[in-house]
Design a binder for this molecule. Structure first.
Ligand code: HEC
Length: 104
């Protein structure tokens, strides 16, 4: 095999665990997405399903517990299944900078 192709492959393989580890950090929530792709999917579903009736709210407008309360209502409005809701929740609660503690 060509040495150049081999070293590119090695680089890609070496970078993969780093991408997943980065997505996991920054939040101790049990609902945190395990992989970067889950976050990207969550964001995609959020933009696809959640701005038909109002503007897209910034994740940091609400804390994780606010989002789970809001999402009960909005899942019905958006008519999305549980898997889609979980991915959207993962995106919102992982990227929000507002904590539950700063909420009261
Ligand atoms: C069918 C229309 C509709 C869709 C689709 C919809 N919403 Fe809403 N949303 C509303 C309405 C109406 C309100 C304001 C009244 C209320 O809270 O019920 C609202 C309010 C909100 C608020 C503000 C809540 C607050 O307490 O200030 C957020 C955040 C929100 N929606 C998020 C979402 C998310 C996330 C989705 C996608 C899963 C979504 N919405 C999809 C109709 C919709």
């Amino acid at each position: 095999m060509n040495r150049k192709i081999l070293s590119v492959l090695v680089l890609i393989l070496a970078a993969m665990p780093i991408a997943c580890a980065t997505a996991k950090n920054g939040s101790g929530l049990s609902s945190s997405p395990e992989h970067l792709s889950d976050l990207q999917l969550g964001k995609k579903y959020y933009t696809e399903n959640c701005q038909a009736c109002h503007r897209l709210h910034d994740p940091s407008e609400f804390s994780p517990s606010d989002w789970s309360r809001i999402m009960v209502k909005m899942q019905k409005k958006a008519q999305i299944d549980d898997a889609t809701k979980d991915l959207i929740m993962g995106y919102l609660t992982t990227t929000t900078t507002k904590t539950d503690a700063s909420n009261n």
